[in-house]
Design a protein around this ligand. Structure first.
Ligand code: PHE
Length: 362
């Protein structure tokens, strides 16, 4: 084969490569050029007929050709890949700034309770709390006994408990009256230290403007070797400032009593009612939002912890109350009346996901 033929072949192949405008065509060109029976392999067949001294130069020429063709193929392949990707990206592009189309997505509303639960979770997650859960249908033991509320204790009456029918062994299940049994379940299954919140539904046989038979709480629990009341107050103060999105919140810690904490406190938040509006951080009206205290040694013993070694605090806050305060809803009952007009007025858009970075309620 003459030099001109080499040049001619190279030119043809390079042209074919440049002309291939998709990956399939390019692969065809590769097979024609470098495949087992391709043009370049054909050239090698001529090698045997050559004089030994000519073979070297011929071999080098073929190899050079092969390399240049390979390089051209892979460069073209990269270009086509990129073009294909850009085409796909362009065709699959979604304008995420577009508002949702009319229909279920824009019609639907997130219930204020769900929204507030998410806000609370976001704030505590940022403080390093993780989420724990427990069942709505509880054993008497987890809801009461393990929490240092024995059988004959008056606190059992105060809870207006919904009881299930007695089982064969005489025990009765209950609809949990608070989220505190999740403290017990978590401690039973986890070695200290721990730092959890437990949001969920709770049930009490009670109904008026500020009480409904089902409502929501978020339980908090921190157990380690050093946590004390100062930490508890700081956490609650930091929470309230983040939740109400104000620099200062007026909080009142009142001595109280819970069988599962010692000492125990109830916390009120100060607010002012200006017309229909509720302003947090000013005024002389108080609304109770949570109960808290240092976990009682008996509770720690009941879950197999050693109260001489570990200690900590717990709190339980009323989610619905927190929602009423923040979003100025005067009556609790419509929360659960499934009235679409109420939900449209107070509900949140599906894309209003609370994040600390954007401000929890934006
Ligand atoms: N479980 C209490 C209630 O429902 C609240 C609470 C939780 C109090 C944790 C102290 C500690 O009223």
């Amino acid at each position: 084969m003459t030099t001109t033929n080499f040049e001619q072949l190279e030119k043809e192949l390079l042209e074919a490569i440049a002309a291939a405008d998709d990956l399939v065509t390019l692969e065809d060109v590769r097979v024609i050029a470098l495949g087992k029976k391709g043009r370049v392999s054909e050239l090698m067949k001529g090698l045997g007929a050559l004089e030994p001294e000519e073979r070297k130069a011929f071999g080098q020429a073929v190899n050079g050709l092969k390399e240049r063709v390979s390089a051209a193929l892979s460069a073209r392949k990269d270009t086509l890949h990129e073009a294909e990707l850009s085409k796909r990206l362009a065709s699959e592009q979604a304008d995420i700034t577009l508002p949702p189309r009319p229909g279920s997505l824009s019609e639907g509303r997130v219930h204020p309770v769900s929204q507030v639960m998410d806000e609370i979770t976001e704030i505590f997650a940022d403080m390093g709390f993780s989420i724990a859960e427990g069942p709505d249908i509880e054993t008497d033991y987890h809801n009461f006994t393990a929490l240092n509320i024995p059988e004959e204790h008056p606190a059992r009456q105060e809870h207006d408990t919904f009881y299930f029918n007695e089982r064969e062994d005489g025990s009765r299940l209950v609809l949990r009256t608070h989220t505190s049994p999740v403290q017990i379940r978590t401690m039973e299954n986890t070695e200290p230290p721990l730092r959890i919140i437990a949001p969920g539904r709770v049930y009490r046989c009670d109904s008026d403007q500020t009480h409904t038979p089902m409502f929501h709480q978020v339980e908090g629990l921190v157990i380690d070797e050093v946590t004390h009341m100062g930490h508890l107050k700081w956490v609650l103060d930091a929470f309230c400032r983040a939740y109400f999105e104000v620099d200062e919140v007026k909080m009142r810690f009142r001595a109280s009593h819970f069988p599962f904490t010692e000492p125990s406190m109830e916390v009120d938040v100060g607010y002012a009612k200006v017309g229909d509006e509720i302003r947090i951080g000013e005024g002389d009206d108080w609304l109770e939002i949570l109960g808290c205290g240092m976990v009682h040694p008996n509770v720690l013993r009941n879950v197999g912890y050693d109260p001489a070694k570990v200690q900590g605090f717990a709190f339980g806050m009323g989610v619905d109350r927190l929602a009423m305060l923040k979003y100025g809803m005067p009556d609790l009952r419509p929360f659960f009346a499934a009235d679409l007009r109420w939900l449209k007025h107070y509900g949140f858009g599906v894309l209003d996901v609370p994040t600390l970075a954007r401000g929890v309620s934006s």
